[in-house]
Design a protein around this ligand. Structure first.
Ligand code: B12
Length: 145
């Protein structure tokens, strides 16, 4: 199973610690690619790059500086990769999860807070169906896909 952990940094000189930490935590359990872009990159370039990686799961790391651009990508990606499970995590989506789930119906799940364990549960279950994912205090998933 191919997992891509992606984020849009505010500037190209910034580096995301979160996606590296999540990859390290998962050990070798999944085939994980890291994909970093910036908020200035054209959305279609990012979508095209992610599409070519043929991911089963894409996790976006969301912060105040990238949430709007990320949501645009989620909508575009669902058009070209309808079976790809899209999960968001990070401080910007950790507190008002229902708002983000309602605002963007193409989000399959949101991980709240420190995302290490729930992101693994999410990856393990996502190919079966979102409804198999146990919703915990840290994970909210759509009941049907
Ligand atoms: C380092 C840092 C920076 C650095 C670099 C950021 C970067 N990588 O690009 C610099 C100095 C550039 C910076 C700048 C800013 N920052 Co800053 N920064 C931080 C800081 C101190 C650490 C972030 C970090 O890397 N933590 C370590 C990683 C591992 O933790 P994490 O990001 O929380 O990720 C964990 C979880 O959130 C979750 N997770 C994250 N992503 C994902 C994705 C998936 C799929 C899953 C499952 C889970 C998951 O799992 C991770 C592992 O546990 C945090 C405060 C903090 N203590 O967290 C603020 C913080 C991220 N910054 C913040 C802000 C507001 C800013 C600025 C806007 C400040 C300003 N007014 O200028 C600027 C914006 C940048 C810009 N416009 O250029 C806010 C963001 C709030 C929000 N809602 O997004 C934070 C949270 C501080 C705060 N409490 O207000 N920042």
């Amino acid at each position: 199973m191919k997992v891509v952990l992606a984020t849009l940094n505010a500037k190209f000189i910034h580096t995301s610690l979160a996606i590296r930490l999540l990859k390290a935590y998962s050990g070798n359990e999944f085939d994980i690619d890291l994909a970093e872009y910036t908020i200035k990159d054209p959305a279609m370039n990012i979508v095209s790059d992610l599409y070519q990686r043929k991911p089963d799961v894409i996790g976006f790391s969301c912060y105040i500086w990238n949430i709007e651009e990320t949501l645009k990508l989620v909508d575009l990606l669902k058009k070209v990769l309808p079976d790809t499970f899209i999960v968001l995590g990070g401080p910007e989506v950790s507190y008002d999860t229902e708002y983000w789930m309602k605002r963007c119906p193409n989000i399959d799940a949101i991980v709240m807070g420190d995302g290490k364990r729930p992101s693994i549960i999410c990856c393990r279950s996502s190919l079966v169906s979102a409804s198999c994912i146990t919703c915990s205090a840290q994970l909210i998933a759509r009941a049907t896909r």
